[in-house]
Design a protein around this ligand. Structure first.
Ligand SMILES: [Zn+2]
Length: 282
């Protein structure tokens, strides 16, 4: 656990229909069907992970857990981790503290009812934590979260009580007993691949997988060269990565990472490995 092998955490945000009927307020069957494809993607991803004996983490909104209970249970049964990802893909930054608490509890209830599990990891929808998020996570017994970007290949401790002011330096708050597993838009399939035109929002997406494979591979190469024992968290969405040509890219990367000494880990286990290495907060 505490060796210097590079660690890869494959994470899949199984948003399915929630992201379309939630943040995008979609009513059209066309948009909603894009979310439905997420279930097809999950089946392909589970088969790929099984073929290579690779463990992974799936962050699932409560709405998806309840809409696709069999898929959720299949993910758990295959030994993968499930993490909290809101209920209807709500951005915590746009919720009151009362609303955010309700969403957190609603999501936990969905996992308990459908799969009999309680997640220890959290990723905020759209990576948009509120100023209350980490305190709520501690209160609900979470061990790590994965929504911030203050480092790339090194987990770190979340803080509470950060303050910013227009006429002075940023004030860093106090580290708390919650591990951050940092993320990046570079290592997220959604902006690379997803074509989106909803209201005033247009995202071109539709990158060639060869371009994305080059970026992700070079991030890995940098990590192995300069950040010994680094952890690379890749974020994917079954409705995005599940398309055929992108699945071939993911398969190719799994093979290349493995051939170059990578260790694949669920995020909860990688967070615990960080805890055991860095006891500064325990
Ligand atoms: Zn999401």
């Amino acid at each position: 656990m505490s060796d210097n092998r590079p660690t890869i955490c494959l994470s899949f945000d199984f948003d399915a229909i929630s992201i379309w009927v939630g943040p995008y307020a979609a009513t059209s069957p066309g948009l909603i069907s894009r979310g439905e494809f997420g279930a097809v993607g999950v089946e392909r991803i589970l088969a790929l992970l099984e073929r290579y004996a690779v463990p992974a983490t799936f962050f699932i909104p409560g709405h998806t857990v309840e809409t696709y209970p069999d898929h959720t249970r299949a993910i758990v049964a295959a030994g993968h981790e499930v993490g909290h990802h809101g209920y209807l893909h709500e951005k915590p930054g746009e919720l009151s503290e009362v609303e955010e608490r309700r969403v957190m509890e609603r999501g936990l209830e969905a996992f308990e009812t459908v799969a009999g599990v309680r997640p220890t990891g959290y990723r905020s929808p759209s990576w948009d934590n509120s100023t209350h998020t980490v305190d709520l996570l501690l209160e609900h017994g979470f061990r790590y979260e994965s929504s911030l970007m203050a480092d790339d290949f090194t987990p770190y401790w979340c803080r509470t009580g950060d303050r910013h002011q227009p006429d002075g330096p940023f004030h860093f708050g106090t580290p708390i007993d919650l591990v951050e597993m940092p993320v990046s838009w570079i290592l997220d399939d959604f902006p690379h691949f997803e074509f989106l035109s909803v209201g005033a929002k247009v995202m071109p997406g539709l990158s060639a997988p060869s371009k994305v494979e080059e970026i992700w591979w070079d991030e890995f190469t940098f990590m192995t060269r300069y950040v010994p024992g680094g952890v690379m968290t890749i974020t994917m969405h079954p409705q995005v990565i599940g398309r055929g040509h992108r699945m071939l890219m993911l398969e190719s990367l799994i093979e290349r990472f493995r051939e170059n000494g990578a260790h694949f880990s669920r995020m909860d286990m990688a967070a615990e490995a960080f805890r055991s290495r860095d006891s500064a907060n325990s």
